[in-house]
Design a protein around this ligand. Structure first.
Ligand SMILES: [Zn+2]
Length: 362
């Protein structure tokens, strides 16, 4: 069967370019003017959890994904000089429960990438900053459907992609068009995670090996176990399969989380009290998923809803807000605004500083 695909030369639209430029200029101004820290008095709470995935020396290699390690270093230096404390998740919960006034930052890295150790750990050691790395079981067993890595390889290695589930043929011959094509494909999956099932056939047609990319970029099981023995690293749970939990039945979601917890605990020979929801958006991780985490004995579970931690979160730490800290245009301004709760201030239109998911008692 041949289908007629619409050829597109993917590029970021002019409107989007302008919007991004305005946003980044705004963030830079906020960070530099001191307004970010003024906003922080109300929106910064007691501290904040930051989210990263991969670290890079140049984001071009990852089609503009990841965090420059130089941005991580600058952020930790600035935060340290400004008197912020770097703490573990366990310490963060103790602080919001006890009302310790020192503001803190928690570093978290999702999915178990090797660059967390190779690039970020030396910087963390310099500033004595701990981090939690959330690891899905199938990343370690190498049988995960890491579709986001597959799409990146697809865009990186092909100048033309016949992406028939979208009815499009991407002509992506240079870096900007590859970045744009990748963003469009990823956004298309995020609209409906059931679309993941279309991708295996495309990966096969283009000879994209997700397993090879996982092998190249993700810690091995032995490396993960060694990382957990480092005093600044704690491995956390992130499900067995890294699927969008909202698509699973309650029993399947519980099994997917529980089996990962048990796997990690057997490898690490200790309790694994911290969990991150894959994808983490409110539509994917809600009260049902939070209750499963509570039932399974986790102490915390983090989302990707931006916002700071407040004493209110100590009472129900299973849908904790977390700030995405990756920005390849101006990572430092982005992190300065992030730690001060600026993104929550914007999302709430200067309303309630506290992220209060459903089921969250005030
Ligand atoms: Zn993840």
């Amino acid at each position: 069967m041949t289908s007629v695909l619409t050829p597109v030369l993917p590029k970021i639209s002019r409107v989007e370019v302008l919007r991004r430029q305005a946003k980044n200029a705004g963030l830079k101004l906020l960070a530099k003017s001191g307004l970010a820290s003024a906003i922080g008095h109300r929106f910064g709470g007691n501290g904040i959890i930051l989210m990263f995935h991969e670290f890079v020396t140049s984001p071009d290699n990852l089609l503009d994904q990841g965090c420059r390690v130089s941005d991580l270093e600058a952020a930790l230096r600035n935060l340290s000089q400004s008197g912020w404390d770097f703490v573990t998740l366990g310490e963060a919960i103790r602080r919001i429960s006890s009302g310790n006034p020192n503001r803190f930052v928690v570093l978290t890295y999702d999915d178990g990438y090797r660059s967390n150790i190779e690039l970020a750990l030396p910087v963390m050691e310099k500033y004595n900053a701990p981090a939690t790395i959330y690891v899905p079981t199938q990343m370690m067993t190498r049988d995960i459907n890491a579709w986001w890595l597959g799409l990146r390889v697809l865009a990186r290695d092909n100048d033309r992609i016949e992406f028939d589930p979208m009815g499009l043929a991407f002509e992506c011959v240079d870096l900007p068009s590859k970045i744009a094509a990748l963003r469009r494909m990823v956004a298309w999956v995020w609209e409906d995670f059931r679309r993941v099932e279309h991708l295996a056939r495309i990966f096969e047609a283009y000879k994209v090996s997700v397993a090879d990319e996982v092998e190249r970029t993700v810690l091995t099981e032995d490396e993960m176990m060694a990382a957990d023995r480092h005093p600044l690293i704690e491995i956390g749970a992130h499900t067995t399969t890294h699927r969008a939990l909202a698509l699973l039945s309650e029993a399947d979601a519980e099994e997917d989380i529980d089996a990962n917890k048990r796997y990690l605990e057997s490898k690490l020979d200790r309790e694994v009290p911290h969990f991150a929801f894959p994808y983490g958006a409110p539509s994917i991780a809600g009260t049902r998923e939070a209750e499963i985490c509570k039932k399974l004995g986790f102490e915390t579970a983090v989302t990707t809803e931006p916002g700071a931690l407040f004493p209110e979160h100590a009472g129900y730490p299973f849908l904790l807000p977390r700030q995405d800290a990756e920005n390849t245009v101006d990572g430092q301004a982005h992190i300065t605004c992030g730690v001060n709760g600026v993104f929550r201030a914007l999302a709430s239109r200067l309303g309630d500083p506290v992220v209060r998911p459903d089921g969250f008692s005030e």
